[in-house]
Write a protein that binds this ligand. Structure first.
Ligand code: NAD
Length: 433
């Protein structure tokens, strides 16, 4: 099939590359000329495992990149909208990019097209797109909602073997075309679920809200564990054995971040607006904001309120491992708080240094290696659980740090072992006796 992918971010690039890999001809469009020029040269603007090899294998073959939306639309039967829906100041999803893409598609359509909304959008947006496009277009258009559930860090695998695919729409023909397109991705037997557009749009928000709720729940239990001398790791294991709860996604830490959970929880709250209150999701967001401050509180309770003579090594900046995405990363809150209290920062991340440099500019000392960040530092703070931090040379850490103090925001080390190694070790919700 001939496809156009509008937006070459984490979702658009992965989706475009995976559809090309399965034999379709995909033209990816972006308004960012620099990004398109780089992609044409085989330079991948984001860090996402397996994406580069996929793009390079299909480039100039079935995968192309352009800023010419009109040409891409004319050459395609299915057009995906995968542009950003960032948070507006009032918490609502900013639909400016989605609607502008829809308008441009409508203005250039020269035949019937299937337009698929892949961006995460408030319930009713697909209908809004349909109304908007019908007014502009001179040819019929079918709008299908197809929310994306991939996770950054394993996006290619998630897309290739999805837990499920959700298609929202009532045009049986268009649904059949999309089922055919997705056929290679559901050979594992995982379902392709067809529903109405509003339910499809809601499913995406509900999934992210549920995942965010799990994280805030276990973080609240971790806070309780600290107060009562219990160990959240033990508690997590015990409750995870209950099949109704399950062991997945109940790891405490310094809060969730990224481009989806924070904005999607807030977009749901804003969407409910005057219609109903969502006290649970408001609490999920509040707990998360509190959790992002937990390491700075521990640091100040150890070193005192004034950190002006202190230097801290920060390992891990991206909001989670295996991505360079810094959007709403808890490391930002931590580093800003440390800088605000006068501390100096030596930071290292295996994948997100370029993105991080755009956020903190000259106020942070960026290091090329993890151990370099420890030089002259009073303590090590771990914000992201990249694999390379999991089994470090503890003796070396101890030798380089000014004090053998570690604040572990992701619970990657064993408290008993750390004590035995002679570290003062702080983590989240664990009994350190
Ligand atoms: P992103 O910010 O990484 O990329 C968006 C891209 O769209 C940018 O390159 C931008 O230049 C481009 N763009 C904006 N307006 C355009 C237009 N009119 N024409 C062409 N290109 C345009 O966004 P993302 O992280 O890929 O997310 C895209 C959507 O998918 C969002 O709604 C997001 O909530 C949702 N989503 C994201 C993830 C994720 O993990 N990132 C997962 C599932 C769903």
């Amino acid at each position: 099939m001939n496809l156009a992918m509008i937006g070459t971010g984490y979702v658009g690039l992965v989706t475009g590359a995976c559809f090309a890999e399965s034999g379709n001809s995909v033209c990816c469009v972006d308004i960012d000329e620099g990004r398109i020029a780089a992609l044409r040269d085989g330079k991948i603007p984001i860090y996402e495992p397996k994406l580069e090899e996929l793009i390079l294998r299909n480039l100039h073959n079935r995968l192309s990149f352009t800023t010419d939306l009109a040409a891409a639309v004319k050459a395609s039967t299915i057009i995906f909208i995968a542009v950003g829906t960032p948070q507006r100041p009032d918490g609502k999803a900013n639909l400016e990019y989605v609607l502008s893409a829809a308008e441009s598609i409508a203005a250039t359509m020269d035949d019937h097209k299937i337009v698929v909304s892949k961006s995460t959008v408030p319930v009713g947006t697909a209908s809004r797109i349909a109304d908007l496009m019908t007014k502009i277009a001179t040819h019929p258009v079918t709008i299908i909602s197809n929310p994306e559930f991939l996770k950054e860090g394993s996006a290619v695998d998630d897309f290739m073997k999805p837990d499920r695919i959700v298609l929202g729409g009532n045009d049986a023909e268009a649904i059949e075309v999309l089922k055919k397109l997705y056929e290679p991705f559901v050979r594992n037997g995982n379902p392709l679920v067809v529903m109405d557009r509003r339910s499809a749009e809601m499913s995406k928000y509900a999934a992210n809200a549920m995942l965010a709720t799990k994280i805030s729940f276990i973080n609240e239990i971790a806070t309780l564990c600290e107060q009562f001398g219990a160990d959240v790791d033990q508690v997590r294991r015990a409750i995870g054995l209950d099949r109704r709860i399950g062991p997945h996604f109940i790891f405490p830490g310094i809060g969730y971040g990224g481009s989806c959970f924070p904005k999607d929880v807030r977009a749901l709250i804003a969407m409910a607006d005057a219609r109903c209150e969502l006290p649970l999701l408001e609490a999920v967001d509040q707990v998360n904001e509190r959790q992002k401050r937990i390491l700075i509180e521990k640091v100040r309770s150890h070193f005192g309120a004034d950190l002006s003579s202190r230097t801290f090594a920060v390992w891990g900046l991206s909001f989670k491992p295996h991505t360079d995405d810094m959007r709403e990363a808890p490391s930002i809150n931590l580093i800003e708080a440390l800088l605000g209290h006068g501390a100096s920062i030596n930071a290292f991340d295996p994948g997100a240094m370029t993105q991080a440099q755009r956020i903190f500019d000259g106020s942070v000392n960026y290091c090329h290696r993890s151990y370099e960040a420890l030089e002259g530092a009073d303590a090590l703070l771990i914000c992201t659980e990249w694999d390379e931090f999991r089994s470090p040379e503890f003796q070396r850490i101890k030798k380089i740090l000014r004090n053998p103090v570690i604040f572990d925001g992701r619970n990657i080390f064993d408290p008993a072992e750390m004590k035995q190694r002679g570290f003062i070790y702080y983590s989240i919700g664990r009994n350190h006796d």
